[in-house]
Design a protein around this ligand. Sequence first.
Ligand code: OAD
Length: 248
Amino acid sequence: MDDLIKKAAEDIAAARQVTALTGAGISVESGIPPFRGKGGLWEKIDPMEYAHIDAFSRDPEKVWEVLIKGMKDILDTAEPNDAHKGLARLEKFGKLKTIITQNVDGLHQTAGSTDVIEFHGNFAWQRCTDCGDRCRTSDISMEKIPPRCHCGGIYRPDCVFFGEMIPPDALLRSRTLAMSCDVMLVMGTSAMVQPAAYMPVLARENGARVIEINPEPTPLTGHISDYIIQGSGGVVMNGIIARLEGLS
Ligand code: OAD
């Protein structure tokens, strides 16, 4: 693993513009379970029954009770880990410009990253399904499920449910960045969900080096990514940052 960490640090040092694509795995070390794989949320509940917009429209109480309430409990107290902090350091070094994240936990911003595209929206805000009024998730009363706005409408998180569109500006900007970066770091994503998983493909097609950081191989491994550093995000990022500091 050390050789690959050294290689990644050299590739980043030589790059003009690095873009990162992150997924649930980057927040595992912050105590947030991933969706797929061992201990993943979709092992316990069926995403089509709880995370699809049609499921929410049919029975918002059930989705709040089983999915959203639990997410709120975990995200309310989660803190960034070394992987988030490492990416924030890469921005300070002037190498990493933008993070495209599929996560809704806001931990990249808490760690200090300033340019984060929230591909699947964010959990920090709720919006009323009737009047569109927005409210901080931390200010929502959980006494009655589903929580309701002053107009009587039901709140929903400002996240993208399955069956909904990616926010168009997030998609457009991500595509442009994927096509213009010369290194893409792909960290903590199973690369199973489109169109996020297409960003490394676009990067590769446009000549970028694609580096995966993930304990497990993904469908990108050996096809789209140039190499994979098989380890946890925090450990690998600490290694890369230490190397970059040594190089500078
Ligand atoms: P997944 O849960 O599909 O994948 C998590 C990935 O993180 C896996 O490839 C793991 O091997 C890896 N992983 C686990 N621990 C790690 C660690 N400590 N460091 C680095 N990597 C680690 O998560 P996503 O790819 O983000 O969408 O899932 C994509 C989308 O599917 C989510 O945004 C969500 C979900 O359904 C919606 O809800 C719309």
